[in-house]
Design a protein. Structure first.
Length: 333
């Protein structure tokens, strides 16, 4: 087989570079060596990476990919798991409300063609990631906001429901006693889910869903539903997603920046580190009280993650295994 054809075939079947290089040294190898090189040929996909400790969401996405499903279906279905998880207080049902006690959700999705759909500030609908997908696929637009988005969701068969759980209501009532308005994200307590996946055809999609900053001003929207902020995917290059204080992510267009850095040859890890650097190295920036974390993957199946502070972690499904991994971080003082 000619080298060019082999590489093409290897990329179609999902074999990593290890497989490609070992196959080309195999001409003079003994059969034992050949076997060893086959064992080393780990498939780079399916691959799923998601922010925080989200094993069930990632497992759900991985199963879809293992059954030959698309990256787009995988990230949508994976995010739905967290939206339905009432214990997660930064996503979907059970998300912490805004300062008026209303749970408002933001979400966006991107497919491998570079299409994008988003909903912002939506009340009463749990699976906003699926509404975002409908915006992308069934409208000529990319974003719908608040009541318009809710009406659209209902017209597509989504049911209205109360998203404020007893636990989140209690937390809001406790917050109201002092009602301190600090648009600072608690460094440890968040679970916005950003998810990226590569399917068996090598195509990449991404999704991001959140209830945003707890006790935010009514109408406040963060990075999660904004293209290039909370999420960006370019199927030729890779994808990135963010969690943490959305204002800081947006001011540096973080996810877009990471994908563009990868386009220029940076690894996903290097790109995430540079993007965090853009935030913390701003003159006079006091990053002590807020957290931002990024995840990224490239077309070759390399992944990266980096945050400002310790405690950011992510879940990775690769080589048939689901792992929660502690991210490296900037602030080690
Ligand atoms: C936002 N980035 O609305 C989101 C919040 C978040 O876990 O990530 N929470 O700014």
């Amino acid at each position: 087989m000619k080298r060019r054809n082999f590489i093409k075939k290897a990329s179609v079947t999902g074999l990593g570079l290890v497989a490609v290089s070992s196959a080309f040294t195999s001409c003079d190898e003994t059969s034992e060596k050949k076997e060893a090189s086959v064992a080393m040929s780990k498939p780079i996909r399916p691959l799923v990476i998601a922010t925080w400790d989200t094993p069930l969401a990632v497992e759900t996405a991985a199963k879809i990919l293992q059954n030959g499903g698309s990256a787009l279906d995988a990230v949508e279905q994976g995010c739905r798991i967290e939206e339905a998880n009432e214990k997660g207080q930064s996503v979907g049902k059970g998300g912490l409300p805004d300062r008026d006690g209303d749970v408002t959700l933001d979400a966006c999705i991107m497919n491998d063609k570079g299409d994008y759909g988003a909903v912002l500030g939506v009340k009463n609908i749990m699976h906003v990631i699926s509404v975002a997908r409908k915006v992308m696929e069934d409208t000529p637009h990319v974003m719908l906001v608040a009541e318009g988005a809710e009406q659209f969701a209902v017209s597509k068969g989504f049911k209205r429901e109360n998203l404020l759980t007893e636990a989140s209501k209690k937390a809001w009532e406790a917050w109201k006693v002092k009602a301190e308005y600090k648009p600072i994200i608690n460094i440890e307590n968040h679970d916005t889910i950003g998810m990226l996946a590569i399917d068996e055809n090598g195509n990449i999609s991404g999704a991001c869903t959140t209830s945003g900053l707890a006790y935010k001003m009514a109408g406040r929207v963060g990075d999660s539903p904004i293209i290039g902020g909370g999420l960006f995917v370019d199927n030729e290059i890779g994808g990135a997603s963010a969690t943490g204080l959305g204002e800081e992510v947006l001011k540096t267009v973080g996810s877009f920046l990471i994908v563009e850095l990868m386009r220029q040859g940076k690894s996903p890890q290097e790109a995430c580190e540079i993007a965090i650097g853009r935030i913390v190295n701003k003159p006079g920036k006091d990053f002590k009280n807020f957290q931002v974390g990024y995840i990224a993957l490239n077309k070759q199946g390399d992944t990266g993650a980096y945050s400002i502070h310790e405690w950011f972690n992510y879940t990775l499904f690769q080589d048939g295994e689901n792992k929660n991994i502690k991210s490296d971080y900037f602030n080690k003082i």
